[in-house]
Design a protein around this ligand. Structure first.
Ligand code: SF4
Ligand code: SF4
Length: 291
């Protein structure tokens, strides 16, 4: 399965706007929403089948057996995530625990064990033409690379589609690494700001580590021409292909609020996205190389 991953660094940059338009333009038979903190791809992509829900296991969590604990304080002193408290006997905050298991190794009386932990629900929706894989997290959990990996594995395990669009996780951390693993092409959607530039540099660096071809497009490009020029210049310096600019366009909000994508929008952003789409898919299918 050829996989196109759309990333942006921070949220609100237009990643899902671009990804959803690409899904419609390419008639993608498979797609995944790895933004599991706030999945919203399903609002604008229409898969008709019922939603299958299965538990998504996050990292296991530590629990303390109060009957065995001898109050030595070693676990509390050692936990780097401040997940252990001692006010009412030694206890572990399951939302703060990162599942590193250090405390289980250190406890002198083996009072701590790791137990499976349900971090959220994997969701799969299929009809005769398309498959959507995503997840939602249970209250208090944040996105993790493990959940993102499960979303992608669910997609590849449930369809024979030869091509997929993946709406990646926001940010630059572990879920992004999981999003990037195994993809064929990364499209970074950025914006003309210093934070956009900073995220872009980190994402390009990460793509380099994964040895994945990454190309860049600039959303709301006309809102800050100086920074837009800076980003194009920086792409050149970093050897990343800059493949297009999308202007700020009030029609984006109107179209999205109607539950539609920009794929066929007769507006400046719609036309620009179609240009970026053509270039991206030529690259993905190997019919051209970036300049
Ligand atoms: S498993 Fe790791 S993060 Fe969780 S309580 Fe133990 S030391 Fe802290
Ligand atoms: S390390 Fe073990 S014995 Fe010591 S406080 Fe923690 S749970 Fe109790």
């Amino acid at each position: 399965m050829k996989q196109l991953l759309v990333l942006s660094g921070k949220g609100g940059t237009g990643k899902t706007t671009v990804a959803s338009a690409f899904i419609e333009l390419s008639r993608a038979p498979a797609f995944a929403d790895c933004d599991v903190d706030a999945p919203n791809l399903h609002f604008v992509t229409r898969v008709d089948g019922p939603i299958q829900v299965t538990p998504s296991l996050g990292m296991p969590r530590a629990i303390i057996d109060q009957d065995l604990c001898i109050d030595c304080d070693l676990c509390l002193q050692s936990c780097r995530f401040d997940a252990i408290t001692s006010e009412d006997g030694y206890r572990i905050d399951r939302f703060a625990c990162e599942g590193c298991a250090l405390c289980t190794v250190l406890c002198p009386v083996e009072a701590i064990t790791m137990v499976p932990y349900v971090a959220g629900q994997l969701k799969l929706q299929q009809d005769a033409y398309q498959t959507l894989s995503t997840a939602t997290l249970t209250m208090g959990n944040s996105n993790s690379g493990k959940v993102v990996t499960e979303v992608k594995q669910q997609l590849t395990a449930t369809t024979r589609a030869d091509f997929a669009v993946i709406d990646g996780s926001p940010g630059i951390g572990c879920p992004v690494l999981a999003s990037m693993s195994g993809v064929d092409l990364v499209l970074v959607v950025t914006e003309p700001s210093l934070s956009g530039l900073s995220d872009l540099e980190r994402l390009l660096q990460t793509a380099g580590v994964f040895d994945v071809l990454a190309v860049v497009c600039l959303n709301k490009a006309d809102t800050n021409p100086d920074k837009a020029e800076l980003i194009v210049h920086r792409c050149r310096e970093l050897g990343a292909a800059f493949i297009g600019s999308i202007p700020f366009d009030p029609a984006v909000v109107e179209v999205t609020n109607r539950g539609q994508t920009l794929a066929t929008a007769d507006s400046p952003a719609g036309r620009a996205i179609r240009e970026v789409f053509r270039t991206t898919f030529n690259l993905l299918t190997g019919t051209s190389r970036p300049a």
